[in-house]
Design a protein around this ligand. Structure first.
Ligand SMILES: Nc1ncnc2c1ncn2[C@@H]1O[C@H](COP(=O)(O)OP(=O)(O)OP(=O)(O)O)[C@@H](O)[C@H]1O
Length: 483
């Protein structure tokens, strides 16, 4: 493996890397840094925890040091926490430059951000929604001279998921100069490759780590097959075992909804586990505070929705537990990628109910790895089953007495209004769609039943005909033998 100087990076940057304990470039850095320094657009696809952030931060800092001005570089990323993490990397590596950055994310004071933007910082890191808001509402900054546009977790930014960034992205791209370098990075680029190539138009340099598997070798990937009703008892048993055996291990548990995230946090706290949560229904300041406490190991257990699935780099995380089996292999890859980073080892355990087995098969096929069963002493799990389930039920009742669901409804309505939709009209449309869907389903069912009936009828007829033929033949045979 070559060193950083052979990639064309300046001595001051190499020194900065060394201070952070980074001495040898990882393959994604080795391949992408020279291409970016040459002035090419770049698409970099490498596994989780392989140093993609430094692969774009280092060449941008080098170019910035040669011709410093603001706003020089814009980095977009899907989550607010990730924006802060990326800005931190720029800050640490770019310290000798006296780098000025500005973080533009939702949930934080917009006026303060506008003020920061007006001071023309060197680097702007943000989420698309908030930056598009600034573009619409103020003219205190210009991005017409930016040299670099970076989309981190680029595939997520371009897919139309539950949070759709595409409209905001269009608006942002509209104010950027055509002459710029565009850098796109993710551990899962391949599905959206065409859309990405359209954004990075300047004959992009494409680099993908060559590997049969899509997850890292240092990760021990396990599953536990469990009935839905026993799932939480397994979860508690696992946490108890890990915390008994390793007091320096941190654990992330992923759930599919904010509500489950909240209930499980309450339940584990009730059972005296040092637990903290992270989901999109929390106030942003609380989100940052909780993440900071988890990073500092004040709390050893973080329960999160997929808002924490991508990019977060927390070296102490040794275990990732999937409380639900992710429906998409992409989500699985990012979730389990929160452990076993930068060459460290880690364990992931996915709790699988009888309804999710097909999802596991599909994940295994996509990542080209078979998950192994995690051995558990079932007797131990059954011992705590009643206590766990009663505690969970109590927490559910407690949560119902708060305005959690109501808040969720209000948040949904707010989001729709922000997107320029009428919530009542949307609800009506949704109900109509549901009606049409169920009509279609009933119609399909009816057709299926008719086909089945016809098939049965035809089969009956065939059998009857065969029987008659047989009868006829045997009658003919009897007649010929008597004659
Ligand atoms: N060359 C290197 N040698 C050792 N460690 C490195 C090197 N480059 C980066 N790191 C460290 O590796 C860790 C993971 O890097 P990073 O967060 O950039 O991963 P990533 O590829 O972006 O992962 P993800 O896909 O999950 O976002 C960080 O703690 C970073 O400081």
């Amino acid at each position: 493996m070559s060193d950083f100087s052979s990639l064309g990076l300046s001595d001051w940057l190499i020194k900065q890397c060394q201070q952070l304990g980074i001495s040898k470039p990882t393959p994604v850095q080795q391949n992408c840094v020279p291409a970016i320094l040459e002035g090419r657009d770049c698409l970099g696809c490498a596994k989780t925890g392989s140093g993609k952030t430094a692969a774009f931060v280092l060449p941008v800092l080098q170019k910035l040091s040669e011709d410093p001005y603001g706003i020089f570089c814009l980095v977009l990323t899907p989550t607010r926490e990730l924006a802060y993490q990326i800005a931190e990397q720029f800050r640490v590596l770019g310290k000798p430059l006296g780098l000025r950055d500005c973080i533009v994310v939702g949930g934080m004071d917009m006026v303060a951000q506008a003020l920061e933007l007006s001071k023309q910082p060197h680097i702007v890191v943000g989420t698309p929604g908030r930056l598009a808001d600034h573009i619409r509402s103020s003219n205190t900054f210009s991005m017409s001279r930016i040299q670099f546009l970076i989309l981190d977790e680029a595939d997520r930014l371009l897919e139309q998921g539950c949070t759709d960034f595409t409209k905001d992205l269009e608006e942002i791209l509209g104010i950027l100069p055509a002459k710029r370098q565009t850098l796109l990075f993710s551990a899962t680029l391949t599905d959206t490759l065409q859309e990405l190539k359209n954004i990075a138009m300047n004959k992009p340099f494409f680099w993908e780590s060559k590997s049969e598997t899509r997850t890292v070798e240092e990760l021990d990937q396990r599953y536990i097959l469990t009935p839905e009703k026993v799932k939480d008892a397994y979860l508690v048993h696992l946490i108890q075992t890990f915390t008994d055996e390793h007091d320096d291990w941190s654990i992330i548990i992923f759930t599919n909804t904010c509500k489950t995230c909240q209930i499980l946090t309450m339940m584990l706290r009730e059972l005296n586990f040092p637990t903290i949560s992270l989901h999109s229904m929390m106030k942003q300041k609380q989100r940052f505070a909780n993440l900071a406490k988890f990073k500092a190991s004040v709390y050893k257990i973080l329960i999160a929705t997929d808002v924490a699935a991508r990019g977060l780099d927390i070296p102490a995380v040794q275990v990732v537990i999937n409380h639900n089996t992710p429906g998409l292999s992409k989500i699985y890859i990012h979730r389990v990628g929160r452990t076993a980073r930068a060459g460290r080892s880690g364990v992931s355990i996915t709790l699988v109910t009888q309804y999710d087995i097909h999802l596991v098969h599909s994940i295994e096929e996509q990542i080209q790895t078979k998950l192994k069963e995690y051995p558990v002493k079932e007797k131990e799990v059954l011992k705590i089953l009643t206590q766990v389930n009663v505690t969970r039920r109590e927490c559910e009742i407690k949560l119902e007495s708060t305005d959690f669901d109501e808040k969720r409804e209000i948040n949904k309505r707010k989001q729709m209004i922000l997107e320029g939709k009428d919530p009542d009209l949307e609800a009506k449309r949704k109900a109509e769609l549901e009606k049409i869907k169920s009509q279609k389903k009933r119609f399909k069912q009816k057709i299926q039943e008719t086909i089945e009936r016809q098939k049965r009828g035809q089969l009956k007829k065939k059998l009857k005909k065969r029987k008659e033929m047989k009868k006829k033949k045997s009658a003919e045979a009897a007649a010929s033998s008597t004659s």
